[in-house]
Write a protein that binds this ligand. Structure first.
Ligand code: HEM
Length: 214
């Protein structure tokens, strides 16, 4: 079952980026396509984080232990979309506002780009929070392999991977902070993340445990 569903989940997870490429190439984005790419990849990062966090509750509630085998892949897709989001911001927001005194292909371009990103991360609080959220995903991704799980040991690995709770919370704060007036969408994601984290707190009380299951 997992062997059949896994490639399907993989292909479905590539759907949003495939759609964005298609929409970009065929002119089906808005008048500001780079902003669309930043926003869409941001929302998909948050969605994949929510799906990752939903896998343990789904396993507990359904009793289908095999579902855990999708968690790593879905988590890696959260990082994939988060990195695309970060890169579109770097290009659309930072690179586009640079001057090129020595032409585009120059060492000063790289230096000015890094400086511009660093200054923005320092100056704009919602960017600071977004960057922190993305940074928390780096150690999670780096330790996602079976070899790293073995090297760290299950207990340490589990402790480290609780960092994903902070990633999701920071993602919601970042979203909340950037919307100007209508907070309904970040609020919805906030409620979803709060519910998924509350499940873990309640789980600790044993309410969801079934006889014979971990
Ligand atoms: C876990 C990491 C992150 C998540 C979950 C996330 C999520 C989001 C979401 C949901 C949006 C709004 C989309 C919409 O309005 O439809 C957004 C927009 C944005 N994010 Fe992020 N983000 C993350 C990391 C970052 C990072 C690292 C940066 C840059 C350093 C960044 C910069 C931006 C910018 C510039 C916008 C567009 C703001 C605007 O509309 O003016 N984000 N992000």
């Amino acid at each position: 079952m997992v062997r059949v569903v896994k490639p399907l989940v993989f292909v479905l997870s590539l759907g949003p980026v495939a759609w964005l490429v298609w929409a970009g190439l065929t002119g089906n984005l808005s008048a500001n396509p780079l902003s669309d790419l930043t926003n869409e990849t941001g929302v998909w990062t948050l969605r994949f984080l929510c799906i990752t966090l939903a896998i343990t509750p789904a396993r507990r509630l359904s009793g289908w232990n095999g579902v855990i085998r999708f968690r790593r892949m879905v988590g890696l897709f959260a990082f994939f979309y988060g990195t695309l989001h970060f890169l579109t911001y770097v290009i659309a927001d930072r690179f586009a506002s640079l001057d090129f005194p020595n032409g585009i292909v120059a060492w000063t371009t790289v230096q000015n780009l890094v400086k511009s990103v660093a200054e923005d991360v320092y100056k704009r609080p919602f960017i600071t929070v977004g960057f922190t959220a993305w940074s928390t995903m780096v150690p999670l991704t780096a330790t996602s392999t079976a070899g790293m799980i073995r090297r760290l040991g299950g207990k340490k690995w589990n402790q480290l991977h609780r960092l994903v709770y902070a990633t999701a919370c920071l993602g919601v704060v970042h979203y909340w902070w950037l919307v100007k007036a209508d907070v309904r969408r970040p609020l919805t994601y906030g409620v979803v993340v709060a519910a998924l984290l509350a499940f873990r707190l309640i789980k600790g009380t044993g309410v969801f445990s079934r006889p014979g299951r971990r």
